[in-house]
Design a protein around this ligand. Structure first.
Ligand SMILES: [Zn+2]
Ligand SMILES: [Zn+2]
Length: 344
């Protein structure tokens, strides 16, 4: 007797059908986890500017259709073969660090963050803009009880990036740390900097963010439109660290002279044009520039735990999954305050 396979399509996903195309809301079969993977019932997923890599096809080798999303909060719903140490019903997150091979030279040195075969959710495999996603077990982060899903999601990319960059910047409690840009990254950078015990100088364009920056924990607000921000930092003694979050290489270049001796420009705002700094600027005061990308799942757990303990929270706007296109457009407009989060 011939059997008819009935296609069941019980979940919704927001996918990009091809590079540069608009979001499509589609129905898909719920995916099954393979060996070493789990299935997650997604509760919330942050919309990050790096999702542009998926939307526009800017990542080499990306395959379509692809579901973006690397700020995922959810619940383990099914375990694949061979998975240990995790159980169904556990709250977990998945951030930018979406898996590593464990065998390349970087991994063998314990430097999983720089794995030569690093996987990124929403790029290497379907991410969190869907009701159920599958992720490798090494990409999972445990969720603390004190954070809701919508609060935790943005901490898995924007949060960890600012937290990890600052804690590895060399700044010590009491140091002057400038946070350039008051947006998705910057509003978290100010909070973390304040809770780390830094004297935080927030730098924005225009005076409108002054009150908010102070509310978030900045001691000083510098309006880079009306003042020379580098000179303003020097008047305060020079910054130990400038956390550059706004994607403007010109603004970063102009700020460099605000660094004090042994100061560091820590770059996390992504641009493709050059930062212009002369050797004289670097050599005088032994100053440096460093970039920082995200971190491992252990770093993610540190970020979440620290946020839970200290009260650092992202400011968010939520959209339902069906409005993923609107949510993405809102994020791209630069007007969101400050992270956009999809709910399922
Ligand atoms: Zn991101
Ligand atoms: Zn590796």
């Amino acid at each position: 007797m011939a059997t008819t396979k009935v296609a069941i399509a019980p979940m919704k996903a927001a996918q990009i059908p091809k590079a540069g195309a608009d979001f499509q809301i589609v129905e898909r079969e719920i995916p099954n986890p393979g060996a070493g993977q789990v299935r997650i019932k997604v509760q919330a997923c942050g919309v990050c500017h790096s999702d542009v890599l998926t939307k526009e096809g800017a990542w080499p080798g990306i395959q379509y259709p692809r579901v973006p999303g690397h700020e995922v909060a959810g619940i383990i719903d099914e375990l694949g073969a061979g998975v240990s140490g995790r159980k169904k019903g556990q709250r977990v997150g998945v951030g930018w660090h979406g898996g590593h091979d464990g065998t390349c030279l970087s991994c063998r040195r314990g430097d999983f963050r720089n794995c030569q075969n690093l996987k990124i959710p929403g790029i290497s495999y379907d991410g969190g803009y869907e009701q159920y996603m599958v992720a490798p077990v090494e990409a999972l982060t445990s969720m603390p009880e004190g954070l809701s899903d919508v609060e935790a999601a943005p901490l898995l990319c924007a949060g960890i990036t600012t937290y990890n960059a600052l804690r590895h910047s060399g700044a010590l409690p009491g140091d002057l740390v400038a946070v350039q840009g008051i947006g998705g990254l910057g509003h978290l950078g100010i909070q973390f900097g304040n809770k780390f015990g830094y004297k935080v100088a927030a730098i924005g364009r225009g005076s409108e963010n002054s009150a908010l920056a102070k509310k978030l924990g900045a001691s000083v607000y510098i309006d880079s439109k009306s003042t020379n921000a580098a000179e303003a930092l020097q008047k305060l003694g020079g910054a130990q660290v400038i956390l550059a979050t706004a994607p403007s290489s010109k603004a970063m270049s102009e700020l460099f002279d605000g660094l004090g001796p042994n100061g560091k420009l820590m770059v996390i705002g992504v641009t493709s044009d050059p930062i212009e700094v002369t050797p004289i600027q670097l050599i005088t005061g032994s100053r440096s520039i460093q970039g920082w990308a995200s971190g491992t799942t252990a770093d993610e757990e540190d970020t979440l735990r620290f946020a839970e303990l200290s009260g650092v929270r992202p400011m968010i706007e939520t959209y339902p999954l069906e409005k993923a296109g609107d949510a993405y457009a809102r994020m791209m407009s630069g007007k969101a305050r400050f992270r956009v989060v999809l709910t399922m």
